[in-house]
Design a protein around this ligand. Structure first.
Ligand code: GLN
Length: 289
């Protein structure tokens, strides 16, 4: 909403003070219009509230949307987490997070650049300012909030337990004394090590290798987010998801602490929720039950 307001304010100002040349830049990209808004706001008493408040919030740090690479929105992800992020046979990235990030980049007038890496590396990448955003079905936790920032939540996640058919594990409590496979750095890993101790938990590079270990009998169960769990069991007959889930969580976009992008990202997200874009992206990848 804010970005749209700024563009409108810039056009209004351009008309008011006869700066017709400004009209073009106001409509080109969100990034250039917020830049135009801040310079106009700085030099004119006539700036509307929308323009001046946006100028104050986004230009405080840099005067425009400052990104790791100019003109690009760099997203760190781990594309082994279907249906949120994965690769097609042709090697392209797809999934709910990928399309949501693309829609946000479009709104911000930035080109989406995807950097694929391990999940724990994606969290670090955004903390260290090597990526603008991290999207990888990332759960908001207090521990992570101590080292990074999060956008508003855009989805709900559930930690599920996958076991072989006929397993004597029927609930989270039954995981005591078992070998549990998880993906390194995930909440599944954190909860299981907290509840059952590090010796009980094996950390794999990604969910798929954890599930392969379960198939090979190297672990007794895998704790992983429900949406990828469903995809993994569909591809691996003989594995089932327990009805009792381990935990419920919120997914959000990871940002560096103090990121100047936070307001713009939240505004874009808000618009994508309000106009149904986000839901239609979800519906494309997850069929209603
Ligand atoms: N939601 C989990 C977490 O944030 C797992 C995410 C993932 O494996 N991509 O830790």
């Amino acid at each position: 909403m804010k970005l749209k307001n700024v563009a409108v304010a810039v056009v209004a100002l351009a008309l008011a003070v006869g700066m017709t040349a400004c009209g073009g830049s106001a409509s080109s990209t969100a990034a250039s219009s917020s830049e135009a808004a801040s310079s106009v706001a700085a030099s004119s008493e006539a700036a509307s509230e929308a323009a001046s408040s946006e100028a104050a919030s986004t230009s405080a740090a840099a005067g425009e949307l400052t990104t790791v690479e100019a003109g690009k929105l760099t997203m760190a992800t781990n594309a082994t987490f279907p249906p949120y992020e994965m690769t097609t046979d042709a090697g392209d990235f797809e999934g709910i997070d990928i399309e949501t990030a693309q829609a946000i980049a479009d709104k911000l007038g930035l080109e989406l650049q995807i950097d694929d890496m391990d999940f724990d590396a994606a969290l670090l990448s955004v903390q260290q300012g090597k990526a603008d955003i991290a999207m990888a079905g990332i759960t908001v936790t207090d521990e992570r909030k101590a080292v990074m920032a999060f956008s508003d939540s855009y989805a709900t996640g559930i930690q599920s337990i996958i076991v072989p058919e006929g397993s004597d594990i029927a609930s989270p409590d039954d995981l005591a004394g078992k070998k549990i496979g998880t993906q390194r750095g995930t909440t599944g890993y954190i909860y299981c090590t907290d509840d059952f101790g590090e010796d009980s938990v094996v950390a794999y590079d990604n969910g798929l290798t954890a599930v392969q270990a379960l198939n090979n009998g190297q672990v007794d169960a895998v704790v992983i987010d429900n949406a990828p769990a469903k995809e993994f069991i569909a591809a691996n007959p003989g594995l089932v998801i327990l009805e009792t889930s381990y935990a419920e969580e919120d997914y959000a976009i990871g940002l560096a602490k103090g990121s100047s992008l936070e307001d713009a990202i939240n505004s874009a997200l808000e618009e994508l929720k309000a106009d149904g874009t986000l839901q239609s992206i979800v519906d494309k990848y997850i069929s209603a039950e």
